[in-house]
Design a protein around this ligand. Structure first.
Ligand code: AMP
Length: 207
């Protein structure tokens, strides 16, 4: 199963992606994680991407599309994949379709996790991520409940940056909901509910 996961920053995409990966044994492709790894490793791409990420802007398509194309060549994606945070604009969506068709593959579903924008800023302000295993928790987690690793706040989860990320989402990414609706691939899920309820709705829609 090949899935695209759409939703505003803080909608819970990363959390749902982790559950989908476990349930369906598919590869997780998070462009945010790939970019953060490149920043950490101080690769040329990472150094170029960093200023955009810090400002809450989209990293240029030429950089992100290359990353995704490379990742899709890896054999673990053949059993299926979930794209988390990609595509984020129409150029990326169209390029993805073309790339997949060249590989003889296609998207089976686009899941849009819909949340009330008013709750997002607060949600992101309290989001904390495990430095070791990537577990997504909150400020209430003194250490990671999964691996006891250190929890940290992403630089771009600070309120000044979050507002810009939400604007970018509305302008560039939200229109993709219509793009996938047009292709009859769209599954809309109410994300303002407990994690397991959201996940149950996603699974029911994919069944
Ligand atoms: P995320 O972890 O998905 O919230 O992504 C964090 C940041 O990485 C975003 O705010 C962007 O700066 C950048 N980013 C992630 N995915 C993409 C993408 N598909 N296109 C452009 N920039 C991206």
């Amino acid at each position: 199963m090949n899935i695209v996961l759409l939703g505003a920053p803080g909608a819970g995409k990363g959390t749902q992606a982790a559950k989908l990966v476990e349930a369906y044994d598919i590869a997780h492709i998070s462009t945010g994680d790939l970019l953060r790894a490149a920043v950490k490793a101080q690769t040329r791409l990472g150094l170029e991407a960093k200023s955009y990420m810090d400002a809450g802007e989209l990293v240029p398509d030429s950089l992100v599309i290359g990353l995704v194309k490379e990742r899709l060549q890896e054999p673990d994606t053949e059993k299926g994949f979930i794209l988390d945070g990609f595509p984020r604009n129409s150029t990326q969506a169209v390029t993805l379709d073309a790339e997949l068709s060249g590989l003889g593959r296609e998207i089976d579903a686009a899941i849009a996790v819909i949340v009330n924008p008013e709750v997002i800023v607060n949600r992101l302000a309290s989001r904390r991520v495990c430095r070791s295993c990537g577990y997504i928790g909150s400020a209430a987690d003194a250490s990671c409940p999964i691996c006891a690793g250190e929890m940290y706040q992403r630089d771009d989860d600070r309120p000044e940056t979050v507002r810009n990320r939400l604007d970018v989402y509305e302008k560039a990414t939200a229109p993709l909901i219509d793009y996938y609706r047009g292709g009859e691939l769209l599954v809309e899920v109410d994300g303002d509910r407990p994690v397991d309820e959201v996940f149950a709705s996603i699974k029911a829609a994919l069944a």
